[in-house]
Every structure is written in structure tokens, then in C-alpha cells.
Design a protein around this ligand. Structure first.
Ligand code: CAA
Length: 284
């Protein structure tokens, strides 16, 4: 894949664009406006500079990646892409609209259309395109340049050739480990992770334990790299809520219902790291 498109340059899209460009592809990143483009560029630059400073990425590779990325607000610039990876907000109506636009602009009928959704059925996105057999889920993990996993989700209509091409791209070019999941809410990882995060929020909400003690318990007692509340802050409370809602909608199990505290904090804009305040404060 020499010509890659990424739609959305938030937490996930910026990481996906960075690793695709570092792997040598020409990457066109579509954002909704110039302000969002600026924030995306800043995120990529921060991540690349940290990686160079830590000796993880050679300076010349980072410079090549910088030169390989081009921002646009026009979906028409995706016309010659071999693969487009969508990573916009976890909102079904927005993603459906984005998929319609990508499908209308990408000219190669065999180009792959991938989504980084954590929770929306792949088949719903596939059905608004003229090429459902080329639509697939490619679910990355945050931070994308650091975490090695990609969940690959085929819908009932995804062709075996599409899965084989995406697996080869993720493994050989992006150097990720691929696991496969059926097209069910949460896929493999979030079906396990989200109930755990919701339990931590309920524990805090009920006064059972403090945020610090809940997180220290899992970091020091179970050697997790971060506690569940800090991880919810990293993922974003809005995204965690959206994934919980779709899990609950699909399975109707009480432990998947989002606790009120998560909803209220999201409504208050306390979304975690990206807004500077979630269960913990990130204001400098
Ligand atoms: N490219 C390559 N390497 C990079 C890099 C980049 N752009 N940026 C940083 N790194 C390296 C760093 O040099 C560092 O390397 P060492 O460990 O060898 O020193 C390593 O990556 C970690 O980077 P940080 O400096 O950020 O260090 P940290 O130790 O504070 O780790 C963390 C932070 C990686 C987030 C870690 O706490 C962690 O893995 N937490 C768990 C995250 C997790 O569970 N994510 C999944 C969320 S679920 C999801 O994303 C999906 C969903 O649908 C909700």
C-alpha cells in the first residue's frame, strides 16, 4: 500500500497516520476543518519528536514520515488511495456519513475501506457503500505507535481477499499483531476491557474506594501499566461511554450499562486527558 488515506486525525487517526507514513506510504489525512488539522498535526509532531528523543525512531525516518503526510479538508483528495482508514468520532451517524463520502470519492473499485470503530457493526458501514466486500474493521489501540495489536473484523460480506490483504498490510508493513474478531459489539478486547472500566467507575461512584486507591490497586497489585480510571481518561470518557452504550444495546446485560457518573462527566466535558480533566487532572 503506497497510497494511504486516513480520515480523522484525533487520538487514533493521528497515530494511524504516523505509523503508515513511517512505513513509507504517502498518507493523505482528511479532517473537517483547519483547526482540527492543526491539532492533528501537533499531536503527530509531539509523538514523533518524543519517539526520536527516546531513540525509538531515527531522525531521518521521522523526517521521511513528516514529508509523507499531507492534510486536506476535501474528500476528493482521496481519489487515488489504495486503502482508506476511517478514524472519526465514535458516532454512528457521523461514521455512516464519512463512509458514504469516502466511497463516493475513491476511484479504484478494489480499494480497501477500513474503519477503526470500537463498537459500530462493520456491516452497517459496509451497507452504505457500493463495495461491501472491500469494507473491513481495523481496530487499533491507543497509543497506536506504541501498542502492537490490531483487531481485524470481517463483516458477513467482507471477502476473504480483503481480509488477506488487510492482514498482510497490518503485519508486514505496519508490524502489528493481528487477532480476528466476529462483527459483534466490543469485538474481543473491548468486550473484556469495558466491563472492567465500568466496574471501576461504579466502585468510585458508590464510595467503595477512592480513584487513587482503585488505580493503585491494579497498578501495584496486578502490574497493569495503568489503573482503570487513568486508562478511561486515556481512552476518553466519551469514547468509553459510546462503546459501553453499544455493548449494552447489543447484549442488554446490566454490567454493560454505563454508570451515571460516566454519563454526567461526559456531558460536563470532563473527557479525560484530551480535555485536561477526567478522573484525574492533566492540567500543567
Ligand atoms: N513511536 C514508537 N515508540 C514510541 C512512540 C512513538 N511515536 N512514542 C513513545 N514511544 C515509546 C516510548 O519511548 C516508551 O518506550 P520504553 O517503554 O522503551 O521507554 C514507550 O513507547 C511508552 O511510551 P511513554 O513515554 O508514553 O511511556 P509510559 O511508560 O508512560 O507508557 C502507556 C504509557 C504506553 C500509555 C502505558 O501506560 C500503557 O500501555 N497503558 C495501557 C494503554 C492501553 O491499555 N491502551 C488500550 C486502550 S483501549 C483502546 O485503545 C481501544 C478502544 O477501542 C477503547
Amino acid at each position: 500500500m503506497d497510497r494511504v488515506g486516513v480520515v480523522g486525525c484525533g487520538l487514533m487517526g493521528s497515530g494511524i497516520a504516523e505509523i503508515a507514513a513511517r512505513a513509507g506510504a504517502n498518507v493523505i489525512i482528511v479532517e473537517q476543518d483547519t483547526a482540527a488539522m492543526g491539532r492533528g498535526l501537533e499531536r503527530i509532531e509531539k509523538s514523533l519528536s518524543r519517539a526520536v528523543a527516546a531513540g525509538k525512531v531515527p531522525e531521518d525516518e521521522a523526517n521521511r514520515a513528516r514529508a509523507n503526510m499531507l492534510f486536506s479538508v476535501d474528500y476528493a483528495d482521496l481519489w487515488d488511495r489504495e486503502i482508506v482508514i476511517e478514524a472519526v468520532a465514535e458516532d454512528e451517524a457521523i461514521k455512516l456519513d464519512v463512509f458514504r463520502k469516502i466511497d463516493a470519492e475513491v476511484k479504484d473499485p478494489e480499494a480497501l475501506l477500513a474503519t477503526n470503530t470500537s463498537s459500530i457493526p462493520i456491516i452497517k458501514l459496509a451497507m452504505v457503500t457500493k463495495r461491501p466486500e472491500y469494507v473491513i474493521g481495523m481496530h487499533f489501540f491507543n497509543p497506536v505507535p506504541v501498542l502492537k495489536l490490531v483487531e481485524m473484523i470481517s463483516s458477513l460480506l467482507t471477502s476473504p481477499e480483503t481480509s488477506a490483504r488487510v492482514r498482510a498490510y497490518a503485519t508486514d508493513t505496519l508490524h502489528k499483531r493481528v487477532i480476528t474478531s466476529p462483527d459483534r459489539a466490543g469485538f474481543v478486547v473491548n468486550a473484556l476491557l469495558i466491563p472492567y472500566l465500568l466496574s471501576a467507575v461504579r466502585m468510585l461512584e458508590s464510595g467503595f474506594a477512592s480513584a487513587e486507591d482503585i488505580d493503585t490497586g491494579m497498578v501495584v497489585g496486578c502490574a497493569h501499566p495503568m489503573g482503570p480510571l487513568a486508562l478511561t481518561d486515556l481512552i476518553g470518557l466519551d469514547t468509553t461511554l459510546a462503546v459501553a452504550q453499544s455493548l449494552y444495546e447489543e447484549f442488554k446485560e446490566p454490567h454493560l450499562a454505563p454508570p451515571p457518573l460516566l454519563s454526567r462527566m461526559t456531558q460536563a466535558g470532563l473527557l479525560g486527558r484530551k480535555t485536561g480533566q477526567g478522573f484525574f487532572s492533566y492540567k500543567s
